[in-house]
Design a binder for this molecule. Structure first.
Ligand SMILES: [Zn+2]
Length: 466
């Protein structure tokens, strides 16, 4: 790819000249190419009302931003993790996980403004430029899913962009812009500061890092104070006498939102992967990590020496699917055999991919079931192939039809918003709604409250329903 060097562009926020290696046209093209890959990776959350909500608030805010001329798109993706991120050129994504954790529209608006701020100030473009200057590949390795493979470079670029970290200065600037934009469309921007506390508690509880939104952000205590101060300043500046919070409106809107992992898209229990909608199961090798997305289920040993994926491959027959797969991954077949796997017709294929430094060897079972071609592909180097062969084969040989009603009927948890019947502490109220003791703290964080906080009769709070 040829990038322009040393072209100076004026930063829309600061008005200063920045060295930006990418023109606005290139920036827009990068976003437009990457968007399908993001959507393929996570899937869109299936809820018209919520998608319309983010789209309308997003457009209103984009119009008052420093780059109102861009064509923006705002989407909620079907992921349980708490995250919000932006791609260059005007693409903003919120996960259903972050939507579940906001407690009013003003918190949502603050984060929305923060992400639009990254686009308006061209932060990721600067990051991308630095990465290019340093000649750092954004993502290494093989793109596994056929859908992602078809999207090729755009996919790896999009996924690479998601892993970019912004500098602390960029994050500070986005916080400021978030406050400004949220205030300009009438919201109480100080609520964003309260949401930082939720993120902080979530991070402490789970021990996991929150991607973009938390990891590289400045000192949380300082950030909290700064956002409160900025919110007060902008409120004055905009002459905003009544700033919107819209707690009840927001909570009613997310009533019924899927919370946590959605087992309908597949889940792992006792080292077995179950897919209730597609009705199949297979064992995950003991001790291997796994990751599920709408496009691919991936498994990998802790030593990182191999990877095994389940994907769907198009084709009317197994032979067509095999051709598609071999061509798609540029694989040379070594041997191929017709077999049956627990009564299902299948092809077992060993194939190589010649790379500059080494040969990658794969074992694939293509299994025909319910008019779909399931591909279980184990990937490692030719050298390590014998070490992993048995693990690959055991998983593949045990692919079978799922008929256990308990697994087939598994449903996701959902947020259930209730109106408190009798004043009590949050902890007491949650217990009344049958929240188990070991999940009380989790639910307190979800509500942005402490368990000992008093809750008045008639207050809306979030509980969980099955
Ligand atoms: Zn950020």
């Amino acid at each position: 790819m040829l990038l322009l060097f040393n072209s100076c562009a004026t930063n829309p926020v600061t008005g200063k000249k920045d060295i930006v290696l990418m023109s606005e046209e290139q920036e827009i093209a990068l976003g437009a190419q990457s968007d399908p890959a993001v959507v393929a990776q996570f899937g869109l959350y299936d809820n018209k009302q919520l998608q319309q909500f983010i789209q309308s608030k997003g457009q209103a805010m984009a119009a008052v931003s420093h780059r109102p001329g861009l064509k923006y798109e705002f989407k909620i993706v079907d992921s349980p993790v708490i995250n919000a991120f932006a791609l260059p050129g005007g693409y903003v994504y919120f996960t259903r996980g972050i939507m579940a954790h906001f407690n009013n529209e003003a918190q949502f608006a603050g984060v929305l403004g923060h992400e639009i701020g990254h686009i308006a100030a061209r932060h990721s473009v600067q990051q991308q430029s630095k990465a290019t200057l340093a000649q750092v590949g954004l993502i290494a390795g093989m793109v596994i899913s056929p859908e992602l493979a078809q999207l090729g470079d755009a996919a790896s670029q999009a996924l690479g962009l998601l892993f970019l970290k912004f500098s602390r200065d960029d994050e500070r600037e986005s916080d400021e812009l978030g406050v400004e934009y949220a205030t300009k469309i009438g919201y109480d921007a100080s609520e964003m500061a309260d949401f930082f506390l939720t993120l902080q508690r979530k991070q402490q509880d789970s021990g996991s890092t929150i991607p973009d939104f938390m990891s590289t952000h400045p000192n949380p205590a300082e950030r909290y104070t700064t956002v409160h101060e900025l919110a007060a300043q902008w409120k004055k500046k905009e002459n905003l006498t009544t700033a919107k919070v819209n707690r009840n409106e927001y909570l009613r809107m997310i009533d019924g939102l899927v919370y946590g992992d959605d087992p309908r898209q597949g889940f792992v229990e006792n080292s077995t992967f179950y897919h209730p909608d597609l009705k199949f199961k297979f064992p995950v090798p003991t001790g291997w990590n796994h990751m599920n997305s709408p496009q691919v289920f991936q498994m990998a040993p802790k030593d990182g020496g191999a990877i095994m994926n389940l994907t769907l491959v198009p084709g009317e027959t197994l032979e067509q699917a095999a051709q598609q797969m071999l061509q798609g991954y540029k694989l040379q077949p070594v041997e191929s055999q017709s077999i049956t796997v627990n009564g299902l017709p299948a092809l077992a294929i060993v194939a190589d991919q010649q790379q500059e430094q080494q040969t990658v060897r794969t074992l694939t079972y293509l299994i025909r079931y319910n008019n779909n071609n399931y591909s279980l592909m184990g990937i490692t180097t030719a050298q390590s192939f014998n070490n992993y062969f048995q693990a690959f084969k055991t998983t593949m040989d045990n692919f079978s039809v799922l008929s256990d009603p308990d697994k087939l009927n598994r449903q996701p948890e959902r947020i259930k918003v209730v109106s408190v019947q009798q004043s009590a502490t949050l902890g007491q109220v949650l217990q009344k709604y049958n929240v188990k003791n070991d999940r009380l703290e989790e639910l307190a964080v979800l509500n942005g409250m402490e368990l000992k906080d008093p809750v008045e009769r008639g207050t809306l709070i979030k509980t969980i329903s099955h």
